[in-house]
Design a protein around this ligand. Structure first.
Ligand SMILES: C[S@@+](CC[C@H](N)C(=O)[O-])C[C@H]1O[C@@H](n2cnc3c(N)ncnc32)[C@H](O)[C@@H]1O
Length: 293
C-alpha cells in the first residue's frame, strides 16, 4: 500500500505506471483528481514503454483510460470529483497536418513516426475523432456523473492557421463526480459563473504539455478543502502538486517518466519554499486574461 502524504511531506511523487500505482492507493482516500492524460494519436512521444496515447484506435485509448479512471473512482472519497483536461484530435496527420493541442514539438513528425499518417478503421482522412467526447461518454457509462464540459479557451491560438477550417484554440475540462451528492462547490470567484475559461497556455520549457497553474488552481479550489488530498495520475511536471501546495492541500502525483517526476519534485519543493501567498501572487491574475465575466 502506498502511504498517503503527510503534513511534513505534503506531496508524494510516485514514479511508474499510473494504473499500477493507483492499485496501491487506499480506497476513498482522495478528495479530488485533477489531471490531463496523454492525448490520443501519438501527438507526443513521452519516450517511455507503457505510455498511454499511442493506441492505434481512439476506442482502444478510451478503453485503456476507462480502466485507469475506474481505479481513480475507487480511491476518491464518496463526495469526490474528477477534473479531466483533454483535447480533441484529428484522425490522421496527413501531409503536414497536425493535432489540436498546441505546443512546440512538430505534431506531424511525431505522429508520422508513430504510424498515425493514415486514419484508423472507421475514420476518414480529415475527420475530427471526437476522442475527448468519446472518453467523457465512456466514463459516464462507467458510472461517473458527468456534470459539466468546460471549454478551456486559449487566448492565442497555438495551432498554425489552416486553409480549410478555423484553427483550434480550445481544449475541454470535464467535471465528473463519483456520486450524485458530491462535495464540489463554487469558491466564490467569478470564473465559476462561466463554462468557458480563458487561460493562457503555459509554454514554459519544463514539459511539452504543461497544464496552466491557474487551471489546476480552480479545480483544486472547488473540489477540496485545506488538508485534503488531491490526485494527479498523469503528474507530468507537477502542476497539480504546485496548485495543491499553494492552496494548503496535500497531493499524490503519479508519473511514468523519471525525468518529469524529478521536475515535479523540484517544482513542488520550490513552491513549498515560496509559500502559498507569494506563489499565488506570482500567478497571472484572471482579470489580466481578459476574462470578460
Ligand atoms: C499531458 S501530460 C501531463 C502534464 C501535466 N499536467 C503538467 O502540467 O505537467 C501527460 C503525462 O502522462 C505521462 N504518462 C504517459 N503514460 C503514462 C502512464 N501509463 N502512467 C503514468 N504516466 C503516464 C506522460 O509521461 C506525461 O508526463
Amino acid at each position: 500500500m502506498v502511504e498517503l502524504p503527510t503534513e511534513g511531506e505534503p506531496v508524494r511523487v510516485i514514479e511508474g505506471d499510473a494504473l499500477e500505482s493507483l492499485r496501491h492507493l487506499p480506497s476513498e482516500s482522495v478528495a479530488c483528481c485533477v489531471t490531463s492524460p496523454p492525448y490520443w494519436g501519438g501527438l507526443r512521444d513521452y519516450g517511455q514503454p507503457g505510455q498511454l496515447g499511442l493506441e492505434r484506435r481512439p476506442e482502444d485509448y478510451v478503453s485503456a483510460l476507462s480502466v485507469v479512471f475506474g481505479e481513480v473512482r475507487r480511491v476518491l472519497e464518496p463526495g469526490g470529483s474528477l477534473w479531466l483536461n483533454v483535447g480533441d484530435v484529428y484522425a490522421a496527420s496527413g501531409k503536414g497536418g497536425g493535432g489540436s493541442a498546441g505546443g512546440r514539438t512538430s505534431w506531424a513528425t511525431v505522429r508520422d513516426r508513430k504510424g498515425f499518417r493514415m486514419p484508423p478503421d472507421g475514420y476518414k482522412m480529415k475527420d475530427l475523432t471526437l476522442v475527448a467526447f468519446q472518453l467523457a461518454d465512456r466514463l459516464r457509462r462507467d458510472g461517473w456523473y458527468l456534470r459539466q464540459t468546460v471549454v478551456w479557451e486559449k487566448p492565442s491560438a497555438a495551432e498554425p492557421a489552416r486553409l480549410d477550417r478555423p484553427s483550434v484554440s480550445h481544449e475541454y475540462v470535464y467535471l465528473f463526480a463519483k456520486s450524485e451528492d458530491y462535495a464540489t462547490r463554487g469558491p466564490g470567484e467569478r470564473w465559476w459563473n462561466s463554462s468557458v475559461w480563458r487561460i493562457p497556455p503555459d509554454l514554459s520549457a519544463d514539459h511539452p504539455a504543461t497544464m496552466p497553474l491557474e487551471l489546476a488552481r480552480r479545480c483544486v479550489a472547488a473540489s477540496s478543502s485545506p488538508g485534503g488530498v488531491v490526485l494527479d495520475p498523469f503528474g507530468g511536471s507537477g502542476t497539480t502538486g504546485v496548485a495543491a501546495v499553494a492552496a494548503d492541500r496535500r497531493a499524490v502525483l503519479l508519473e511514468l517518466n523519471p525525468e518529469y517526476a524529478a521536475i515535479a519534485r523540484r517544482r513542488v519543493a520550490e513552491a513549498m519554499g515560496m509559500g502559498a501567498g507569494s506563489l499565488l501572487r506570482a500567478l497571472p491574475q484572471p482579470s489580466l486574461f481578459g476574462e470578460g465575466e
